[in-house]
Design a binder for this molecule. Structure first.
Ligand code: HAM
Length: 437
């Protein structure tokens, strides 16, 4: 008799595990650079946490949970997602007592009895971040910006943010009445589950995967038109904040996401070349979840990202982008300059990860490789420049370059990295080393 791994699960062999560590290490560093601290919650929780948190009418609770009684008959579930467990841990450990915003990130396995296909598994890994304690729209902006930079730091380009507002419970109730009435007229075209949802949770019809339900959904009224003034203002401020950080987005008035806890902002980040499973991650605001878990009203916002999908996106980008980009590259030309380059890189590492190109190839070839690697800055150290006590700083994104005295280079690199961060992509701090939890 031979055993096989359960359907929808994967073995991670050493080469892939090493790549996994590099990718998750880069993700951790990015989130830690925003002030998010790691939280680890159990892999299983009381089933009721997800029923109440994620919502009875959702696909997750209705058909995707791995639920089992333990030997004493307690009803437990392998976590299908990480937000409700973080909300539970926040309350149970009284993490709100100091006030202010608490920022957490997590990385670990989630379990959903989904139909396995490319990019969809029954055991999959998520990295997620949750910021708890403020209703300000700037916190939504921070969370979306952090998610985008976490993905960009890996070398992914062409990411598309889709965003919508699903309002708060009062405006959503008005919408659900309108939706229920519109759906009742369309019942002949709905799947049996959605006919039932028309009565119990009409919003869920909008993310049904059935083709005919999707055609109906395209004709239904959109939630945005039912938003109250406060929700509208919040949404406008989130969009304005994203614009001021240079985070590109597309409004998708039909985006509601598959979990019931969202209020106001809902977003997803897609990598379009992945086709049907192009959502690398998503999230939103969940101002009612902590109260639903038995705590005081506490606003919060967060995201999660599927790590397997990120790895597939990196594969699609090609091997060059797989390793997290080293943001600063020192390009020496000639023996004396190589020795000087090693010393200079040592100083630059106080600011950002820095590597020296030690291939001995031509400057043109070094620059071409630096461009492909996703680095931000190249410090060019030719023997001529060295003779003049200078180096050339090249901004690889803008394609501009300037000469500076050697002892001014660390400060110039620091300033250039800070500018890059303001433009929407922070430097990666050199310290932490990540790993699969
Ligand atoms: P979600 O959209 O259900 O949100 O999942 C987030 C991401 O996890 C998806 O975009 C996808 O990349 C990945 N994912 C989901 N299911 C699978 C699967 N079966 N196989 C592979 N990858 C999958 C949440 O889980 C929320 N907790 C996000 C959040 C955090 N909202 C607020 N804070």
């Amino acid at each position: 008799m031979s055993f096989r791994r359960p359907r929808g699960t994967q073995d991670l062999l050493p080469a892939e595990a090493a790549r996994w560590r590099r990718v998750t290490g880069s993700m951790r560093r990015c989130l830690e650079s925003y002030g998010y601290g790691e939280i680890r919650t159990p892999v299983f929780e009381e089933t009721e946490l997800f029923v109440r948190g994620v919502g009875t009418g959702t696909d997750i609770v209705q058909k995707e949970m791995y639920t089992f009684p333990d030997r004493k008959g307690r009803n437990l579930t392998l976590r299908p997602e990480g937000t409700a467990p973080v909300a539970r841990a926040y309350l149970e450990n009284n993490l709100g007592h100091e006030g202010g915003v608490r920022r957490f990130y997590y990385l670990g396995p989630m379990f959903r009895y989904d139909r396995p296909q490319a990019g969809r598994f029954r055991e999959f890994f998520q990295v997620g971040a949750e910021a708890i304690g403020s209703a300000l729209p700037e916190l939504d902006v921070e969370v979306i910006d952090a998610m985008m930079n976490m993905l960009r730091d890996l070398g992914l380009v062409g990411l598309a943010v889709e965003i919508n507002s699903v309002g708060h419970p009062a405006c959503r109730a008005v919408y659900e009445d309108a939706l229920g009435a519109a759906l009742a007229r369309e019942s002949a075209s709905l799947c049996p589950t959605c006919i039932e949802r028309t009565r119990t949770n009409p919003l869920r019809v909008l993310d049904c995967k059935n083709q005919s339900c999707q055609e109906v959904a395209a004709r239904l009224p959109v939630l945005r038109e039912f938003l109250c003034d406060d929700c509208r203002a919040h949404y406008g401020a989130v969009l304005a904040g994203l614009e001021s950080l240079g985070v590109p987005y597309t409004e998708n008035p039909r985006l509601v996401r598959g979990l019931d806890y969202y209020t106001r902002t809902a977003f997803e980040v897609h990598y379009p070349p992945l086709g049907a499973q192009s959502a690398l991650g998503g999230g939103g605001r969940y101002d009612g979840l902590i109260e639903a878990c038995g705590g005081p009203p506490t606003p919060a916002v967060g995201f999660s990202c599927g790590i397997e999908r990120v790895l597939v996106a990196l594969d699609e980008r090609g091997a060059a982008a797989v390793a997290p980009a080293v943001p600063v590259l020192v390009l020496p030309l000639g023996e004396a300059s190589r020795r000087r380059a090693l010393a200079l890189a040592g100083v630059l590492r106080h600011t950002a990860p820095a590597a020296v190109d030690l291939t001995g190839r031509s400057l043109k070839a070094q620059l071409r490789a630096a461009d492909r690697s996703g680095a931000r800055i190249a410090v060019i150290l030719g023997d001529d420049e060295l003779g003049r006590g200078e180096a050339i700083l090249r901004d690889l994104e803008a394609g501009t370059q300037t000469a500076h005295p050697l002892d001014a280079v660390p400060e110039m690199v620091r300033a250039a990295m800070a500018r890059a961060a303001v433009a929407g992509s922070p430097p990666t701090p050199p310290s932490a080393s990540g790993g699969r939890p």
